[in-house]
Structures are given as structure tokens and as C-alpha cells.
Design a protein around this ligand. Structure first.
Ligand code: ADP
Length: 216
């Protein structure tokens, strides 16, 4: 099963990816992680990509595409893959077509996680972090035992600036603008499956299964 996974920040992409990994036993390929690995290893790609990543900009298409091509050519992708973070624009979608054509492969589906904005904002604005040790909390689902005090180190638990509502609304807008042409392109090919991402953790695996049925 060859899947491109799409979803806004807070949509639970990681959770859905884990369900897919378990169901199909295929690798989860995340361009953000691949790039961070290149940076950590100090490779040419890593050295080139780091300044773009530090500025929060996209790394130029050719470099990311070359990296994705290398990864998809590895033998563990023969039985399928979950591609996450790529393509991010129509040029990358075109490059992906080319890569897959050369590998004699085609996509089975684009799994597009859909969650209402209100729910995304609720999920992301309730996130808290310890200013001392970085432990993650959530005011609704995982509050610290004592308000604003870290269970682990006693540090002050705060809200990060980029978890504030205005910043989150902006991140969601940026995502939508980016994702729209890609979804449109794949929709025309009949590949897009919208997954309801707000059904609750218990019901999510069944929802994923339902969406994937008939993809291949
Ligand atoms: P974010 O959600 O902040 O974009 P990611 O982990 O997906 O985090 O990516 C981290 C960084 O890696 C991005 O900010 C960008 O610089 C780079 N990156 C990831 N995927 C791509 C891509 N498909 N094209 C260009 N740059 C990318």
C-alpha cells in the first residue's frame, strides 16, 4: 500500500501513521525527520538544508526531492510506504510522479485527515510545556498534578508562544493554502480519501480501516 498522508497541525498525523504502520507493516517516511537526520549526521544535504529549516522556510525542492527519491528506492519500500511531509507543493507532486514512474510504482491513495478548525485550535491551545525540562502537558487531557508546576522537575509549566491562538490560526491558514492545490490535483485522479480525525482515539483505527478499504 502506497499512501501519501496529509493533515493540518494537531490533526493527529502521527497517531494515524502508527495505525497504518501496524496495519500494513510499511515504513513511515517523514521528510522533516529525514532532513533532521541529515542535519544531525552533518551530511552535505544536512549542511545545505539547516539554514532553511532554522528560518522555518521550505528547503529547495531539488534537494528534498533527491532525498525522497533515495529513500523510496530502498528495498523496504517495495511493499509500500507512508509518505508524510511530501509533496508540499505542485512541483514536488510532479517530481513524485516522476520518481514513482521510474520505480514502476503508483500511489494507492492520499489519506487526508480532516478535523474542524475549532477542534484543532482546542487541541493545540491546550498544550503546555515545562520551561525547565521540556515535559509536555495538556490542560484537558494531561494536566500537571499541581497547577503550572512540572511533575518531573518542579519547573514552571507554560504555554509556548507558538501555541497561542493567533499563531495557531496563522499556521492553519498557511497549511490550508499549501495543501489545497495538492488535494485538488490528487482529487482529479480519484485518489483522495478524507479521514475524519475527530472521532476519538478509540474509534480511530476502525475509521482508518474503513477509509482504506477499497483503496487497493
Ligand atoms: P513543520 O510542520 O514545522 O513544517 P516538519 O517536521 O514537517 O515540520 O519539517 C521541518 C522542516 O523541514 C520544514 O520547516 C522545512 O524546512 C523542511 N521540510 C520538510 N518537508 C519538506 C518538503 N517537502 N519540502 C521542503 N522542505 C521541507
Amino acid at each position: 500500500m502506497r499512501i501519501v498522508l496529509l493533515g493540518p497541525p494537531g490533526s493527529g498525523k502521527g497517531t494515524v501513521a502508527n495505525i497504518l504502520i501496524e496495519t500494513y507493516n510499511i515504513p513511515h517516511i517523514t521528510t522533516g525527520d529525514l532532513l533532521r537526520e541529515e542535519v544531525a549526521k552533518g551530511t552535505e544535504i544536512g549542511k545545505f538544508a539547516k539554514p532553511y529549516m532554522d528560518r522555518g522556510e521550505l528547503v529547495p525542492d531539488e534537494v528534498v526531492t533527491r532525498m525522497v527519491e533515495g529513500r523510496l528506492s530502498r528495498s523496504d519500500c517495495e511493499k509500500g510506504f507512508i509518505l508524510d511531509g511530501y509533496p508540499r507543493n505542485p512541483a514536488q507532486a510532479k517530481s513524485l510522479d516522476e520518481i514513482l514512474r521510474q520505480l514502476n510504482m503508483s500511489l494507492d491513495c492520499i489519506l487526508n485527515i480532516v478535523v474542524p478548525d475549532d477542534e484543532l485550535i482546542r487541541r493545540l491551545t491546550t498544550r503546555r510545556i515545562c520551561s525547565n525540562c521540556g515535559a509536555i502537558y495538556n490542560t484537558l487531557t494531561k494536566p500537571p498534578k499541581k497547577e503550572e508546576v512540572c511533575d518531573l522537575c518542579g519547573g514552571k509549566v507554560i504555554q509556548r508562544d507558538d501555541d497561542k491562538e493567533e499563531v495557531i490560526r496563522n499556521r492553519l491558514e498557511v497549511y490550508k493554502k499549501q495543501a489545497k492545490p495538492i488535494i485538488e490535483l490528487y482529487r482529479k485522479r480519484g485518489l483522495v480519501r478524507n479521514l475524519k480525525g475527530d472521532v476519538g482515539l478509540q474509534a480511530l483505527p476502525a475509521e482508518v480501516k474503513k477509509m482504506m478499504e477499497g483503496s487497493k
